[in-house]
Design a protein around this ligand. Structure first.
Ligand code: SF4
Length: 503
């Protein structure tokens, strides 16, 4: 032992080694004093962190089931700083932003709205996503608890969906305060799917709007219409038809050759719309690009695919000594099938009603085939093989002029694994214009400058692609109607529209 090591002393036990022969007991992170929590009826649920639209639709959807739910405001830099102040070191950005956002909200309830910390702890519950990792995702719940305790909210209740284990109601939660019934999940998924569809249309339209702000104004009205439909239990399909009429009134000029940029990467960094990714989507649009966002449905389909793979492996292991059918496997398989069918059916119905015609739900099996030459499919952390697959797909199908893979600083699955693999992919597909970029919560100038450099090349490609086409003598009006969405082998929207007129 070096002299440096011998100088290290145990701090907590002060040299007391009596614990060595004691039987190990389970450690639990429970409040130091017992707390009398509010009843199920008086409990208020909090959550957030999806896109702005989806957070609000989820709020309306859950309120429609008499669940008192409030969507937190979008996480901003103040949330990040609060997360850093109360969190452990070495966490990733989504943790700091989301944990900090919750603490900031509770501090506001205490300091501005006058509720006592005890009252807040008794009445409020936070719903989040959890999991076992393999990255720092596995530590999210512990992080929330640590930050909440240090901020003066010891005993605050958390409940989480664990995509690989189901639902964890929380150690301190004695009764089932939320009824995680099939209706609950279906209503939640409807809100997420509708949010995805409206967001996808917004990203298609905003770069081409003639009157600045017209698309956002129409989207805001769509949010109100769909929220009201949830709350009044009226037809969501009819609500989407109403949105279609509103969107049709937005005047577009779609013959501008804009660079199309696929934004993918770590789930939260690629999806959030705010300081968490330096407002990447809006920055790209301001720089003259059109974004292809990653809808949440992609992550949902990946989770279902992963569940199916896990089941398949389990069955293969069991088959050797199998004497009878394991009905729990049959039930799981049926549930996965039903989940897939429900997502696809609802997506198709709502997309048709509002007029999103050219978006196909990702075929994860096909994407796995693209990726498996490069990426071990069993590595299921973060977005698994999806990042690698998206880049290959974008080159093979000419989907974008630039692919940006965004991830929080030091993200294990995305920076350390996927980006390592992407170097091989880009060497095999040299035509790919690929940028991998990290967000640290600080240093926006460096971030923007790297994006601008990659975008310069993408803009050139978009211009060349458009100018190589012969312009028809007559341009029909349908070109500028968002409902006209021809499928094409051209990456740019303007080029795809012109080419469609020749077919
Ligand atoms: S995927 Fe990346 S950002 Fe997300 S929890 Fe894991 S390490 Fe952190």
């Amino acid at each position: 032992m070096s002299s440096a090591c011998t100088s290290i002393k145990m701090t907590d036990k002060d040299g007391d080694l009596s614990f060595i022969n004691k039987e190990a007991t389970q450690w639990r992170d429970i409040p130091s004093k017992p707390i009398e929590y509010a009843s199920k009826e008086e409990t208020i649920f909090l959550s957030g962190g999806l896109t702005l639209l989806q957070d609000k639709l989820v709020e309306a959807a859950l309120n429609s089931m008499d669940i008192h739910f409030i969507a937190l405001p979008n996480p901003d830099f103040k949330s990040f700083q609060t997360g850093k102040a109360f969190g452990n070191r070495g966490q990733c950005n989504p943790t700091y932003f989301t944990v900090g956002n919750l603490v900031k909200y509770l501090q506001n309830l205490r300091d501005e709205k006058g509720l006592s910390a005890e009252e807040i702890v008794k009445k409020y519950v936070y719903i989040t996503a959890g999991g076992c990792g393999p990255c720092r995702f596995g530590m999210y719940i512990t992080e929330y608890k640590k930050a909440l305790r240090d901020a003066g909210f010891e005993g605050f209740r958390l409940t989480s969906f664990e995509h690989d284990k189901g639902i964890f109601q929380g150690d301190e939660i004695k009764e089932d305060i939320l009824d995680f019934s099939p209706t609950f999940f279906i209503t939640l998924i409807k809100a997420i799917i509708i949010g995805d569809i409206i967001n996808l249309l917004g990203y298609k339209m905003r770069p081409y709007e003639i009157e600045k702000g017209a698309t956002d104004k129409a989207l805001e009205s769509c949010k109100e219409i769909v929220s009201k439909a949830f709350l009044s239990h009226s037809s969501l399909i009819k609500a989407m038809w109403k949105c279609r009429n509103l969107l049709s009134q937005v005047k577009l000029d779609r013959l501008q050759p804009k660079a199309k940029v696929m934004v993918m990467g770590e789930f939260w960094a690629a999806m959030t719309e705010g300081d968490g990714n330096y407002n990447l989507h809006r920055f790209l649009e301001a720089e003259g690009a059109e974004c292809i966002p990653q809808p949440i449905i992609n992550r949902l389909m990946l989770s279902l695919w992963e569940a199916e793979q896990a089941l398949h492996k389990k069955e293969q292991l069991e088959v050797k000594d199998a004497k009878k059918i394991d009905f729990s496997n049959v039930k799981t398989r049926l549930l996965i099938k039903a989940g897939k069918a429900a997502v696809k059916t609802h997506f198709t119905l709502y997309a048709k009603a509002i007029g999103l015609h050219d978006y196909d739900i990702p075929d994860i099996e096909q994407l796995a085939k693209f990726a498996k030459v490069y990426y071990t499919l069993e590595c299921s952390g973060g977005e698994g093989h999806l990042e690698v697959a998206h880049l290959i797909e974008s080159v093979k199908h000419n989907l974008a002029h630039l692919v940006i893979s965004i991830k929080p600083f030091g993200c294990m699955p995305s920076s350390a694994v996927s980006d390592g693999v992407q170097s091989l992919v880009t060497s095999r597909y040299p035509q790919a214009n690929f940028l991998s970029i990290e967000t640290s919560g600080e240093g926006a100038a460096n971030f923007y400058s790297r994006v601008q450099m990659a975008l310069f090349k993408a803009k050139q490609s978009a211009k060349e692609e458009f100018e190589a086409l012969e312009m028809p003598e007559h341009i029909p009006q349908k070109i500028n109607n968002y409902l006209y969405q021809p499928k094409s082998d051209m990456a740019g929207t303007a080029a795809a529209l012109i080419k469609s007129l020749k077919n």
